[in-house]
Design a protein around this ligand. Structure first.
Ligand SMILES: [Zn+2]
Length: 870
């Protein structure tokens, strides 16, 4: 039976009963290179005490077979005590030792111990990924964050491999009974949670460095640094640059937190087929390999990597040293790390524009998520592990970080820092909840933070703030701000206190739009008068939330909108410009600005946008506007116009610039549905007419091939020839996407089968398959609408939550056209989705959540189409 979904109540009961002292875990990975071997031997010795002797408890273990279970020296019969993913431990004593020996399985979904064979050289690489609860796929344990313990890992593996774990390597012993194999023993860790333990093993390439700091007590803290990637990526690996950022981060966080790095060494491993950006395992952070730049990368990509390095490093304190007791308070680590990531970039690195990126990209993520029917308060209500898994979202990360940024504006940076320092000292190696954080914050700031927390952390949804202006001649007669906010969870009004800046902008003599004044004020209720502005000359633009102090959806007054739509490229300040772009995008999403008008703004002003990250975001938004918000009657013409705009910009771009690459990538994406660009892309692939400085490297070539494949201009033999040029892991993914993109019903049927069968594809190739499959029009995809709704429940049961989530989200029939005169709610796919939801009230909540969210994205698209037709 499937009993893997541990509930909060069960976890609470277990932590009331137990205190865990230590784990000794031995993993036998000697045969890992044999692809036919599905599993490996895993042995756990766990020592723990029980406050109520005689009681029962259970260990978590997801396994391929159990060989023996011993509790306090007594053998237990696995047939009796092992059930699904749990092992019952009956009649506990005050002090206990349990020993579990079993077979654990290698993972292909990135959950547990992932095994990867490098197509470039046939070598085998392993790494673990656990959050929130997959350590139990590798060894038996009490899988919940508040049962911290000390861990000692031993790994048997081929001699000469790089094997790493959280703690430093203590000894490597050649195994006399097993030639060419060695035992790698690691030191004991400090007390940490199970989900941040980690093991890495394989013929990894390793670079080394170290960082030092004299501590206030006069002692020297020396932190050895390591950086890993696959051997076949070693040439592309810029470890020096990674170490440079790492050292900037260690300096910054030591100054800020005043608490010495607690985990000895600091390794960072860039691993294949990784499900997320990175994971903060203490002493051994794992990152997606996409951060090893084999092909030309933009400054925005380097910045994203540096941001992730800082985010994970902040977790060494926020999350690893002090950990949330349960997943309701996931924000206690993710919101902080997300905020600290940008702060550290601005304060300690060359990426001083990080708040622009934050405003433009990070907050956009939060705004989208916070308007879905499934949104939730930052402090969430997480009843079980499946819900926890779905909660690594735009609310927990980006909204939480935005609210912390605003908290800093509210209590001051010094009080915030003092609270953090106190928090680490008071709770080191322990666990916390919201109340613990509010206690240190209130005491450091001298204010009661209960109301602030109630308004910002414990309600859901976003406020929208609209300026209402009246005029008297060329002057402002009155200015008021209207706040609208309903908590979508409770349906109750939720007006929040905002610290806001109103920026006034006018054209200077050179025609540049510059700030000519501003007022800072508090907005609380539904209506706020701004008497300070009465009598002032009418500005060309009034920007609400200038400097991005608060978290809110803001609108333009009609005059300001006109200024933005005619002159956005003349605005000098990059952050103000990014905020205007965000506001335009919010309007497009809300059906208040046609896709055509949004695209015209991008075509008019994006070429002048200096920030490459903002440019990439605009081009992504433009594509969503084209694919989903433009009505069917206009789409083809808009797409042709936009593609020709991209071709022109690509041709004119500064050679070898980041902008040039951004235009090329965007063209490749748009050209998947725009056959007119195919000949041009084919020429570039053949090497003729390539714009000066454009690196036609593997990454870009695959993007072009995918566009050709999707428009029927690339047969399998051509794609296979390209694969011969690029027999790497990323080449294989690029090839898979291109193959499934071909507009042939048989190809689509096979891709569909591959994605749903769940038995063949790794996480990375599943994504590639779905990506290629979806690159098609309705005539090819409509036949899969009904199968989608008939399959998803089975997919959820049969596949791991990670893979199932990708299938259910990725294959949802999102690209739909509204027929003339049709109401969005009556669109057949909306109706079919509602039918599914009504008929599956008892489906797992996490599955329903994805379907509800996709329905809402679809509804929004159809409403935007409807608004544009009017
Ligand atoms: Zn994080």
């Amino acid at each position: 039976m499937n009993n893997g979904n541990l509930t909060r109540a069960e976890a609470r009961r277990r932590s009331q009963l137990l205190e865990v002292d230590s784990y000794e875990v031995s993993l036998d990975l000697r045969a890992a290179e044999d692809p036919d071997g599905p599993g490996y031997l895993s042995r756990t010795v766990v020592t723990f005490s029980c406050s109520s002797p005689g009681a029962d408890t259970f260990l978590d273990f997801i396994h391929g077979g159990i060989h023996s279970i011993t509790l306090n020296g007594e053998r237990l019969d696995p047939a009796e005590v092992a059930d699904g993913s749990r092992i019952r431990l009956p009649r506990l004593q005050a002090q206990n030792q349990a020993v579990v020996v079993g077979t654990a399985l290698y993972s292909r979904s990135g959950e547990g111990l992932h095994r990867f064979t490098d197509p470039a050289d046939g070598r085998t690489y392993l790494y673990t990924q656990y959050e929130p609860a997959d350590a139990r796929r590798v060894f038996a344990n009490f899988e919940q964050p508040d049962l911290k313990a000390s861990f000692a890992f031993t790994v048997a593996a081929p001699s000469g491999w790089q094997v790493a774990s959280n703690a430093p390597l203590q000894a490597v012993e050649e195994m006399s009974t097993s030639p060419r194999h060695a035992k790698y023993r690691f030191e004991q860790t400090p007390r940490i949670s199970t989900y941040i333990t980690a093991v890495l093993a394989g013929p990894y390439h390793r670079a080394e460095d170290s960082w030092e700091r004299r501590l206030p007590d006069g002692s020297l803290l020396r932190v050895p640094l390591g950086a890993y990637c696959r051997a076949s990526l070693a040439e592309a690996f810029d470890a020096e640059r990674i170490f440079a950022t790492t050292k900037q981060g260690l300096d910054f966080f030591h100054d800020l937190f005043d608490y010495p790095y607690p985990f000895g060494k600091y390794d960072q491993a860039f691993v294949p087929e990784y499900n997320l950006g990175a994971m903060e395992n203490p002493g051994l952070v794992t990152f997606t390999e996409n951060y090893v730049f084999k092909s030309r990368a933009t400054i925005a990509q380097y910045q994203a990597r540096a941001n992730t390095i800082m985010h994970e490093m902040a977790h060494m304190w926020f999350g690893d040293l002090v950990t949330m007791a349960w997943w309701d308070d996931l924000w206690l680590k993710e919101s902080f790390a997300d905020y600290m990531g940008s702060l550290a970039l601005v304060e300690a690195t060359e990426f001083s524009n990080a708040w622009v990126t934050f405003a433009n990209r990070r907050k956009a993520w939060a705004y989208v998520q916070d308007q879905l029917p499934t949104t939730h308060p930052i402090v969430a209500d997480i009843a079980d592990l499946e819900a926890a898994k779905q909660n690594f979202d735009g609310i927990t990360y980006a909204k939480g970080a935005s609210v912390l940024k605003q908290l800093v504006a509210y209590v001051g940076f010094d009080a915030f820092t003092a609270a953090a320092r106190r928090y680490f000292r008071q709770h080191e190696y322990g666990t916390t909840s919201l109340a613990d954080f509010l206690a240190v914050l209130s005491s450091a700031s001298g204010r009661d933070m209960g109301n602030w927390a109630a308004a910002w952390l414990q309600t859901a949804g976003i406020s929208s703030i609209t300026p209402e202006l009246t005029y008297d001649g060329g002057r402002l007669a009155s200015v008021r701000l209207l706040q609208e906010a309903t908590d979508p969870v409770t349906g109750l009004p939720a007006n929040r206190p905002h610290r806001l800046r109103l920026g006034l902008y006018d054209f200077d003599d050179a025609g540049t739009l510059v700030r000519t004044g501003s007022v800072e004020l508090d907005v609380a209720g539904p209506v706020t008068e701004v008497p300070q502005l009465a009598g002032r000359r009418e500005p060309a633009l009034l920007l609400v939330n200038d400097e991005d102090l608060s978290y809110a959806k803001v609108r333009f007054d009609p005059g300001s909108l006109q200024t933005v739509l005619s002159s956005l490229d003349r605005m000098a300040d990059p952050l103000a410009r990014a905020l205007c772009w965000s506001t335009l995008w919010d309007m497009a999403r809300d059906g208040l600005l046609d896709a055509a008008a949004y695209l015209a703004a991008v075509e008019g002003f994006a070429p002048a946008e200096a920030d490459n990250g903002v440019l990439q975001m605009l081009l992504d938004c433009a594509r969503t506007a084209l694919d989903r918000y433009a009505p069917a009657s206009e789409r083809t013409a808009l797409r042709q116009r936009f593609a020709s705009f991209l071709r022109k910009e690509l041709a004119q771009a500064e050679p070898a610039s980041d902008h040039q690459l951004a235009w090329a990538r965007s063209l490749a994406a748009v050209a998947r549905a725009e056959p007119d660009s195919a000949d041009y892309l084919a020429e570039l692939l053949a090497g003729s007419g390539v714009p000066d400085g454009l690196a036609m490297d593997a990454d870009l070539r695959w993007r072009f091939w995918q566009a050709l494949a999707a428009t029927g201009k690339a047969e399998a033999s051509l794609l296979e020839a390209e694969l011969d040029r690029d027999r790497t892991a990323s080449g294989r993914a690029g090839f898979t996407a291109a193959m499934s993109a071909r507009p042939d019903p048989a190809v689509k049927a096979k891709a569909w089968q591959d994605a749903l069968s769940g038995s063949q594809l790794t996480n990375e190739l599943l994504d590639a398959t779905i990506d290629g499959f979806m690159a098609a029009g309705p005539e090819l995809l409509d036949p899969f609408i009904e199968p989608y709704f008939r399959s998803i429940e089975g997919v959820w049961q049969q596949q791991s939550i990670e893979l199932a989530s990708r299938v259910v989200r990725g294959l949802f029939p999102l690209h739909q056209d509204l027929a003339e005169g049709q109401a969005p709610e009556l669109h057949p796919v909306v109706v079919r989705t509602d039918e599914w939801l009504a008929g599956h009230g008892r489906a797992p909540a996490a599955l329903r959540r994805i379907v509800v969210e996709q329905r809402d994205h679809l509804r929004r698209s159809l409403q935007a189409q409807q608004a544009a037709e009017k």
